[in-house]
Design a protein around this ligand. Structure first.
Ligand code: LLP
Length: 420
């Protein structure tokens, strides 16, 4: 359920006409709905029921400070993958103590920053990283809480670029090496192994791969308990899919119910790291039609938003729904919705039946996750504005980048050549 609905022929974001926002802020822009974000977070929170659990929003999906702040106010934890994301969480009022740090390539500087902030846990992806965290924690007189990310070698059944739980992927520690690494952790003076985690991929549309992954990790948890070194938490990662088009992913409460069965009576806290399923359908991307043109049988709507703004269609061939902000009567045509960037991959959608005129506004749905965060300045295009709607008010939560911002950090060479 989201709060982007038609009233008559006009698309509304909560209680505001989306066109009103686009006309005030300009296009392209991302528009987020606070009520939708809150709703999605609460569905997870409530789905825990009597289970002890923490929702750690995956910051990579949408790291705007306003988005993080809305979630932090509800008590959300965060899953980060860089020092930059940690700084954002702290700036947005998030708690370090509810933040887990994932990712296979944490730098020494990032580890220092996270230790100083007092994060909840490092999700460790290799023996070398475990040694590095131990070394830095020892230097600073701290004990680092760690969890080992185990690669369960299960097929998440998703796009190969966003599958992460197979042996061939760079992520995690092979299950066969897990116990040896927990033993190594026990010998190291400045780390404490408190958990286990996995993340098998993104945009998962069935529960089975989660259950398979958990099944493969539970024997490790049991062996550690028998050895007298019990873990405190089990982090099942993120990855629950959303409905962009024809998919029918399980709801968060369905996932949590199934997962709860496996954890009953084990005394483990459950952590989950959802990104997309909280943010994707809490955002739309608004773009304006600049030109219409036809090349023989093919019709193009050239819009002012491109692959630099919303990369998913170009990068993964992703399908996201494209709808008009104002539905007009008349015959529709089959359009490729393409951007102004000089690449043939620059499309937002192909073969969409729409009734369009130049100047019309379109919304790409499902753009609240992996939208703005993956945008770039390619073709020297300033990044889009971000707006959050809250009831009948909207707030610009990131200004559009102007041309001064584009090259503010660049410089030319000095006038005189040093040799002349
Ligand atoms: N935890 C870890 C360790 C992750 O690597 C990810 C996503 C998540 C949680 C959150 O997964 P989610 O609930 O959002 O599926 N750019 C791609 C998605 C990449 C996901 C990377 N990792 C896309 O646009 O589809």
């Amino acid at each position: 359920m989201d709060h982007f609905r038609y009233r008559g022929n006009e698309l509304f974001a909560e209680d505001l006409a989306a066109a009103e926002i686009a006309n005030a802020v300009g296009t392209p822009c991302f528009v987020y709905s606070r009520a939708t974000l809150e709703r999605h977070y609460r569905v997870y929170r409530e789905a825990f029921g009597e289970l002890d659990g923490l929702v750690c929003f995956a910051v990579k999906a949408n790291s705007n400070l306003a988005v993080l702040n809305v979630l932090a106010r509800l008590g959300s934890g965060f899953d980060i993958v860089s020092g930059g994301e940690l700084e954002r969480v702290l700036a947005a009022g998030g708690e370090a103590g509810k933040t887990v740090f994932s990712g296979p390539g944490k730098s020494a500087g990032e580890i220092r920053l996270a230790l100083a902030a007092g994060i909840r846990c490092f999700n460790i992806e290799s023996a070398a990283e475990l040694e590095r965290v131990n070394g830095i924690a020892a230097e600073t007189g701290k004990i680092a809480a760690v969890s080992l990310r185990i690669n369960p070698d299960v097929d998440a059944g998703t796009h190969p670029y966003i599958a992460t739980g197979l042996k061939e992927n760079k992520f995690g520690i092979p299950a066969e090496q897990a116990l040896a690494l927990y033993e190594q952790a026990a010998r190291l003076p400045a780390v404490e192994a408190v958990g286990i985690d996995c993340h098998i991929g993104s945009q998962l549309t069935s529960i089975a791969p989660y259950l398979d992954a958990i099944d493969r990790l539970l024997p490790i948890v049991e062996t550690l308990r028998e050895k007298g070194t019990p873990l405190r938490h089990f982090d099942i990662g993120g990855g629950l899919g959303v409905r962009y088009g024809g998919e029918s992913p399980p709801r968060p409460d369905e996932l949590m119910r199934a997962v709860a069965e496996l954890f009953r009576g084990r005394g483990l806290e459950i952590i989950i790291e959802p990104g997309r399923s909280i943010a994707a359908n809490a955002g739309i991307f608004i773009t304006r039609v600049e030109y219409l043109k036809s090349n023989g049988s093919r019709h193009f709507a050239i819009v002012d938003g491109g692959m630099n703004d919303l990369l998913r269609p170009a990068l993964y061939g992703a399908w996201q729904d494209i709808i008009p902000l104002n539905r007009r009567g008349g015959a529709s045509r089959c359009y490729d919705i393409v951007g102004p960037v000089c690449e043939s991959a620059d499309f937002l959608g192909k073969a969409r039946a729409l009734c369009l005129e130049p100047g019309d506004l379109l919304a790409v749905r499902g753009a609240g996750a992996y939208g703005f965060v993956m945008s770039s300045n390619y073709n020297s295009r300033g990044r889009a504005a971000e707006v959050m709607v809250d009831g009948d008010a909207f707030h610009i939560v990131r200004e559009r980048e102007d041309s001064a911002a584009l090259f503010a950090r660049e410089s030319t060479l000095p006038q005189a050549h040093p040799a002349s």
